[in-house]
Write a protein that binds this ligand. Structure first.
Ligand SMILES: Cc1cc2nc3c(=O)[nH]c(=O)nc-3n(C[C@H](O)[C@H](O)[C@H](O)COP(=O)(O)OP(=O)(O)OC[C@H]3O[C@@H](n4cnc5c(N)ncnc54)[C@H](O)[C@@H]3O)c2cc1C
Length: 450
């Protein structure tokens, strides 16, 4: 059977592609290798607790690409709750994340002399990034290596790098830190001209800013975004087949078919949303330089522990999330008490906390390190854990590292388009996936396919 378009993968990028294509009048087939849809953006229930696939905060909900897509293509929109605050927790205390220069001055988790140096460096690097092209090959460490920071400050900078990109300060580009913490604005206009407003805003942010204001969490869980996409699809225009792994995207100069172990489908338009690093094994006629470009993309694997606490703890009595800054042998993690957003996520009187960290070795040992760090920092948690659920996932299909080359939405093969978090460098996660769909739409229109 012939389809107007075949979408490979039913994560949020693939489903968004199917939604926009179907709403633009195309008959779309979606092929997903797993027995479920949603990829890394799902919410499900285990033993009475409702967990997401990893700890999620949705960024740019004020005016970002997802908002744009929701306004234009969604029939059902998830109900969002303001995200709350970001905190940094150490053994001694928990303080708000330093978004502004003044916050940095008061951020007494680090030695004073380092804070003063960081404040002045932030000011000059924002200025530099505005008036000069940012050196995309300069890592955070390269940028800062001549500073005489204490070990504690270096560890904090490294923790932030992992948080922003999934990689260490030696691999994370400096521009990612500036944009990830929104010291530099990251909106479409950054990439298509009209920079003046962004420049003024950047300086303003170092004076007064709360980087979490544009963030939100869907009340029904992160997977509510996936559910809304599914509910918005025109039923007679989209067919989703799960349990079908795509093994080949056929065609030499232009695509003509997609094959799975079960069947083959004719089409002249394919949107691929799987790992870009796997594309050369599916589309055999990609030019060598493009295949090489895809090989520069690096991944990070994350470990998420969901813990059900037998009682609500005052240490987790907030909306938002915390970066745990465990020193020495401790394992850094990002934690979020999700049942504070929706009490139905945990059985009555109990509390659900998600802790996501980077997986650097044996999952069992890493899990133990996270738990030991948590118990060391908040001893009252130990003995109160009545539920545990572990997830191992790849949060972004490509981490933003020095030297990585993201391919964009068009492949060199006519009719083969690319979406997902390893095609676009802007923002993170779901917002990055949404940026890739906006680029897809632009490319399809430019090519006269829409
Ligand atoms: C721990 C964790 C924390 C996160 N935190 C945040 C956050 O705070 N904020 C945020 O915005 N985002 C966050 N994310 C990221 C966000 O969930 C992802 O960016 C988003 O879900 C990626 O969607 P995707 O469709 O691009 O990729 P995926 O979800 O990976 O979807 C790709 C799909 O393609 C399928 N597939 C691959 N190859 C084939 C094939 N050959 N044939 C058929 N199907 C195939 C896969 O099975 C999968 O379903 C987080 C993710 C994780 C895991």
């Amino acid at each position: 059977m012939k389809y107007d378009a075949v979408v490979v993968g039913a994560g949020v990028s693939g489903l968004l592609s199917a939604l926009v294509l179907s709403k633009e009048g195309k008959n779309v087939l979606v092929l997903e290798k797993e027995d479920y849809v949603g990829g890394n953006l799902r919410t499900y229930t285990v033993d009475g607790y409702t967990v997401d696939t990893g700890v999620h905060a949705i960024t740019h909900v004020d005016n970002g690409p997802l908002t744009k897509l929701m306004a234009e293509y969604f029939d059902v929109i998830p109900k969002f709750t303001p995200y709350g605050n970001y905190f940094v927790r150490t053994k001694e205390k928990m303080v708000p994340f330093p978004w502004t220069a003044l916050d940095w001055v008061n951020f007494d988790i680090l030695p004073q002399k380092d804070r003063i140096a960081i404040t002045s460096l932030l000011g000059s690097s924002v200025a530099f990034s505005i008036f000069n092209n940012v050196d995309t090959n300069q890592s955070i460490y390269d940028f800062l290596k001549n500073q005489d920071f204490s070990d504690r400050t270096w560890k904090f900078i490294d923790t932030l790098s992992y948080f922003m990109s999934g990689k260490s300060m030696r691999e994370t580009p400096m521009w990612r830190l500036l944009k990830g913490a929104r010291y530099r604005e990251e909106v479409e206009s950054d990439f298509i001209g009209d920079k003046i407003m962004g420049q003024i805003a950047s300086f303003g942010k170092l004076i007064a800013y709360d980087g979490s204001y544009h963030q939100a969490y869907p009340r029904a869980g992160a997977g509510a975004i996936t559910d809304s996409i599914l509910l918005s699809m025109p039923k007679n225009k989209v067919e989703i087949r799960t349990g079908e792994t795509v093994t080949e995207i056929g065609g030499v100069d232009k695509v003509d078919s997609v094959s799975t172990k079960k069947d083959s489908y004719d089409t002249e338009l394919v949107v691929y949303s799987g790992f870009m690093s796997s594309l050369p094994s599916l589309s055999k006629n990609l030019p060598k330089d493009f295949t090489h470009q895809l090989s520069t993309l690096e991944q990070t694997t994350s470990l998420t522990l969901w813990l059900g606490l037998e009682a609500k703890l005052k240490e987790f009595d907030y909306l938002g999330s915390e970066i745990c800054f465990g020193f020495d042998e401790g394992k850094h993690y990002w934690a979020m008490p999700t049942s504070n957003y929706n009490s139905s996520f945990a059985p009555k009187g109990k509390q659900l906390i998600g802790l996501t960290s980077i997986l650097e070795g044996d999952p069992k040992k890493e899990e133990k390190r996270v738990l030991e760090t948590l118990y060391g920092i908040i001893p009252s948690v130990e003995g109160r854990v009545g539920f545990k659920h572990v997830q191992t996932t790849v949060p972004e299909k490509a981490a933003i590292t020095v030297g990585s080359q993201f391919p964009g939405s068009k492949s060199p093969i006519d009719g083969l388009y690319l979406v997902g978090t390893d095609t676009d460098v802007r923002s993170m996660g779901v917002t990055r996936a949404s940026f890739s769909i906006i680029s897809l739409l632009d490319a399809l229109k430019k090519d006269g396919r829409l």
